[in-house]
Design a protein around this ligand. Structure first.
Ligand SMILES: [Zn+2]
Length: 362
């Protein structure tokens, strides 16, 4: 086996064949067969060694793929070709299709899909790609529904808005009915009054000041939720209202309506306009009518805002009220405890007198 010593060296280098001839031994002729035999053995050993070495690096190749650098062993033949694609336009692809895809690619493309998702979904929806990647569609369509969900707010039909500019001072139904109206809210007493009205199942009309409605939209919504109706009572309650220039009257009336509607939410109806202090004139009556609100006066005024005493409020209502009447009261503008106390007596009395509660004519 001494020969082994010589030939084995070449084992280190892969190119075995060229070396054998080189050995310059004198008695080569006779030993040739031996040497060649040894060389053959050495070569086979070297090959075997190489094989094992390579095998350690890539055990799988034995099956099929020879020298695949990556490791798309599991991946289909298309693996290598897919890699470049995601880089360019595969942006959205990688996001939805993390499975199946080659392991190396997902990372680079992963960040992009995020941005793509953030931006308008429609733009990043190339038709070409969609068909090939089934998982994609789910992500893109998911976005639109979200936006759609925001837009569809329930929109109940607003109350009828009469085109008449004549100040109304009676109920819609007439007969033995009465309309309770509350001005200058929403205010601290509004909740108490709502509780009281709910106790008797009574509906009323609330003439709200625009800026107060804007400041307490929850109370505006509570009024609506209880089935009551809304009336525009200007933005700032300026007086004497009839003395206002046309432009200012337009602003006070229209802006207040907008504030109330905004506070109440989409679909909020504001069917009437009541001038502060009853300061109606032809101009503001026309303005309100053009905005779809009937000018609203009253037929009974117990002057509760001046706090004349509970007994006074109650007696004035009893003496002035006639069927179809509209009662003026206040849920804002100061301490309304007398108003609330008077209501506790008046509502049962009205019911006992056979009155039904109604809204003003519109
Ligand atoms: Zn008022």
């Amino acid at each position: 086996m001494p020969e082994h010593a010589t030939p084995p060296r070449p084992s280190s280098s892969p190119s075995v064949p060229p070396r054998p001839p080189r050995p310059s031994c004198p008695s080569v002729r006779r030993l040739r067969p031996l040497i060649t035999g040894c060389l053959a053995v050495a070569a086979s050993l070297a090959l075997a060694a190489c094989g094992t070495a390579n095998g350690a690096l890539q055990p799988q190749p034995g099956t099929g793929a020879p020298s695949v650098p990556g490791a798309p062993s599991g991946g289909p033949p298309g693996g290598p070709s897919v890699v470049p694609a995601p880089g360019s336009d595969g942006v959205p692809v990688s996001a939805p299709t993390p499975p199946g895809r080659p392991t190396g690619t997902p990372k680079p493309s992963a960040p992009r899909p995020a941005t793509g998702a953030a931006t308008p979904p429609t733009a990043s929806k190339p038709p070409v790609r969609t068909p090939s990647q089934p998982p994609q569609p789910p992500t893109t369509p998911a976005a639109p529904p979200a936006t759609g969900a925001q837009t569809p707010p329930a929109q109940p039909a607003p109350p009828a808005s009469g085109g008449s500019a004549a100040v109304v001072r009676s109920t819609a139904s007439g007969g033995r009915t009465v309309a309770l109206t509350f001005d200058d809210g929403p205010g601290p007493a509004t909740g108490q009054i709502l509780d009281l009205l709910a106790q008797y199942g009574v509906k009323a009309t609330f003439c709200q000041i625009g800026r107060q409605a804007a400041a307490d939209p929850a109370m505006v919504r509570r009024v609506l939720a209880a089935g009551h109706r809304l009336c525009d009572h200007t933005v700032h309650h300026p007086q004497p209202f009839a003395a206002l220039p046309h432009d200012k009257a337009v602003y006070e009336i229209s802006a207040a309506k907008d504030m109330i509607v905004r506070a109440g939410g989409p679909g909020t109806g504001v069917g009437w306009f009541r001038a502060p202090g009853g300061g109606f004139n032809a101009d503001n009556e026309r303005i309100s009518a053009d905005l779809g609100m009937r000018p609203l006066g009253w037929s009974v005024d117990p002057r509760d805002w001046s706090r004349p005493g509970v007994a006074s409020i109650v007696s004035t209502v009893r003496s002035q009220l006639k069927p179809g009447g509209v009662i003026l009261l206040h849920d804002g503008g100061g301490d309304r405890s007398q108003t609330v106390a008077a209501l506790r007596q008046l509502i049962p009395w009205l019911i006992a007198q056979g009155y039904r509660f109604d809204f003003p004519a519109s």
